[in-house]
Ligand binder design. Sequence first.
Ligand code: ADP
Ligand code: MG
Length: 262
Amino acid sequence: MSDTNGTGGTGGTGGSGGTHKAGAANDTPRAGGTSGGLDAALFTAWAEEIAAAVRADRDRLTALDSAIGDADHGANLDRGFTAVAEALAGGRPDTPGALLSLVGNTLIRKVGGASGPLYGMAFREAGKALGDAPTVSLADLDEALAAGLAGIRKLGSATEGDKTMVDALAPALRALTQAVQEGQDPAEAVGAAAEAALAGAQATISMQARKGRASYLGPRSVGHEDPGAASTALIVRALHAAVSRTAGAPGETSRWAPEGPA
Ligand code: ADP
Ligand code: MG
């Protein structure tokens, strides 16, 4: 449970600022400008969607982890995101960055194993990248998720093909970056990312694990979907659900308009 096998320790991430340039390159204004449209309510909805999705799929995630790990991934994430939902019920941060930091800190506190520190790091780095802007743009979100992925890579030193959560998150981010560059609307863009994450998770079935507990199995890890990649696909799908719901809500469409009515 506590063996992170290559996650490089769970200590504090320090205060290394300026991480938001880790991945996506674009010329759009930074968070805090008037182009932003994603607010703390949207990020709160995302966290709540994740909690519900993890709860619904807890047994599937645990079954995946029982095949190539120690059968705790569903329980680990359910514990973590239940704690997130409880924290949010007691008071919501009022910026997207603070919300993501709360998620990250809660996961680090509540979830053991490899996935707690890795997801915790990812949400913390993403939150740090968003700073204290009250609303952020889709391009800002893309940069923040790139910072999250960079955090996972730094802590776990996994690359694509190692059969980990990176194999779902990296293609999701590529799809999101491309959609942002093409000017797609948020629901479409995040939908493309969710599809890519799912395909990435499914592609782990044929991989041999080179990181984490599953790597102990060597060739016997082939033929099973990686549980962390599967949960990453859930997390990105939850973002799509939150964005679609918010964008589609009556009277809410102006949320996405750069110069919509106040
Ligand atoms: P544990 O393996 O400690 O029991 P979990 O079962 O909660 O922790 O999480 C396992 C998942 O963590 C794996 O399926 C994999 O996706 C991810 N993982 C493990 N090690 C690494 C790593 N070094 N880098 C990235 N992801 C990793
Ligand atoms: Mg496990």
